[in-house]
Design a protein around this ligand. Structure first.
Ligand code: NDP
Length: 481
């Protein structure tokens, strides 16, 4: 069986302790490789390598840094099939999704930031004939990048690419649950000839490796994507050390459907926004609010279409719903279905573990689930479930649905379906979320700021704001008279 390695100082190395953790294929419920159970010693080595590489990397000309990023983007594209297969096995997601979304977007991250850095400019401010101010943007230093399991390579590269483009060096930790594509990325970085120490990847547990990165006085910046609880813990360590911090956290996103929407487009997209990646995308719409006049039709059609989504082995072409990422996660998601029933909800379809048979009979599959009859403020409608489980509710008035939509502690993303332009803009303005999609979902222009409000996070990544985050502004004021 394969042993994954850490990537430290340009080399693929074993963990100092020589200890490993099981890496489980969730589609079969079986161990299929081993991941370093790294600890503080490995993190120290990675930080030392990143620190040593920083002075040279931070003054490496932008166009040279850019070339490395573009080379890595190119290698990801060339290895699309291999990476997609690895991600599908590691994560349980349908191969098709990995091939068409996750891996191409990982390449796009390197391509976007590799070219974006060439156009990133700083400001000057003239004080007429007295002085000129100019703002230097200098890379912060060693960036700690920690990412989750749901879109493993995509979210990992979303942090790493702007960091190294901006001139930071990086110590990164992928989720211990889905380490394989990060490992393959480290092989590609070796192939690309990325100078040693610029990117270091330490595998292992959040409580050990993640914690050591966050706690280190030699890592002045943390970019974290993951759960809100973990984010709060990280902030409690990082804030007293005055680290720069970006937290991309959980969500409980509303999908608001008005009666005047383009019904067929809405239905097709709502199936995606509800169940893509088994509902394990932070941007999935898990609370679906439907204007009462079309509610019964919507309910009938949505249930009918959802029942047609094939739950199956991730590598099968016809599979639309693969395995959820782990047994504990499956149990957590199913416990929410039980909670929903206790809270008075009716399960319209799904609600159970699915057995897809054969060698996959031990895999962690959940039927796509639709629940109705719950009030907006019950736990099922307030807490993040992060699985293929959605609730549907009829609404009468715009003010009412806005209140429901904004009622959670989260504010990551939202979707609005209407053909009425004025209403669309008005509702978008009044939703408390970092992103509002109107008549679409998951469309991303990488130039736009990305992130949530309230407990969905602080700071923004994306576009040039990512370069702002990974650099420090320094104002220089020159007296000219
Ligand atoms: P977690 O918060 O459990 O973990 C995220 C990462 O943090 C993992 O690499 C984890 O390691 C690590 N970690 C855990 N504990 C610590 C610690 N004490 N110190 C430092 N690092 C630690 O999230 P999940 O992996 O379960 O991901 C799902 C969550 O991510 C959902 O809430 C989802 O909404 C959110 N998310 C948010 C996105 C956004 O852009 N806002 C995008 C995608 C997901 P380990 O795996 O070893 O536990």
């Amino acid at each position: 069986m394969q042993y994954i390695k850490n990537y430290i100082n340009g080399e693929l190395v074993e963990p100092v302790s020589k200890k490993y953790l099981d890496n489980v294929d969730p589609s079969r419920g079986k161990v299929y490789s081993y991941i370093p159970d790294s600890d503080e010693q490995d993190v120290e080595l990675a930080i030392a390598a990143a620190n040593a590489a920083f002075p040279a990397w931070s003054i490496t000309p932008k166009d040279v840094r850019s070339k490395y990023l573009l080379k890595i983007a190119d290698l990801i594209e060339k290895n699309l099939d291999k990476l997609a297969l690895a991600e599908s096995i590691d994560n349980g997601k349908p191969l098709k999704l990995a091939k068409t979304v996750d891996i191409p977007r990982a390449a796009a991250n390197f391509h976007f930031y590799g070219t974006g850095i060439l156009h990133y400019a700083a400001y000057t401010h003239s004080m007429e004939d007295t002085a000129i101010n100019y703002t230097l943007r200098q890379p912060v230093g060693v960036a700690g990048c920690i990412s989750p399991w749901n879109l493993p390579l995509y979210l990992f590269t979303w942090k790493i690419a702007p960091a190294i483009a901006a001139g930071c060096t990086v110590v990164a930790k992928p989720s211990e649950v889905t380490p394989m594509t990060a490992y393959l990325l480290s092989e590609l970085c070796v192939e690309a000839g990325l100078p040693k120490g610029v990117l270091n990847i330490v595998h292992g547990l959040g409580g050990k490796v993640g914690n050591a990165i966050v706690s280190s006085k030699n890592v002045p910046l943390i970019s974290f994507t993951g759960g809100t609880k973990t984010g709060a813990h990280i902030a409690s360590i990082a804030a007293p050390m005055f680290k720069k911090l970006s937290l991309e956290l959980g969500g409980k996103n509303p999908n608001i459907i008005f009666a005047d929407c383009d019904y067929d487009k809405m239905m097709a997209t709502t199936l995606h926004s509800s169940f893509s990646n088994q509902g394990q995308i932070c941007l999935c719409g898990s609370r679906i609010f439907v204007e009462r006049s079309i509610y019964e039709k919507f309910k009938k059609d949505f249930v009918e279409q959802t029942k047609k989504l094939v739950v199956g082995a991730p590598l099968e072409e016809k599979t639309r719903i693969g395995a959820v990422v782990s047994q504990p996660h499956m149990e957590k998601v199913l416990s929410y279905v039980e909670l929903a029933k206790q809270e008075g909800g009716t399960v319209l379809c799904g609600g159970k573990r699915a057995n897809v048979g054969g060698e996959f009979s031990e895999g962690y599959y959940i039927e796509p689930t639709i629940i109705e009859g719950l009030p907006y403020n019950c736990r099922t409608n307030q807490e993040e479930i992060f699985g293929p489980v959605v609730t549907i509710m009829p609404f009468n008035k715009e003010e009412e649905v806005l209140m429901w939509a904004n009622s959670t502690i989260y504010g990551l993303a939202s979707t609005v379906w209407t053909q009425d332009l004025t209403k669309a803009h008005r509702v978008a303005q009044n939703i408390h979320a970092g992103i509002v999609w109107i008549n679409c979902w998951l469309l991303r222009d990488l130039r736009t700021p990305f992130g949530g409000v309230k407990s969905s996070g602080v700071g923004r990544e994306g576009g040039f704001e990512a370069f702002d985050f990974f650099t420090e502004p320094k104002n220089v004021c020159i007296k000219i008279n």
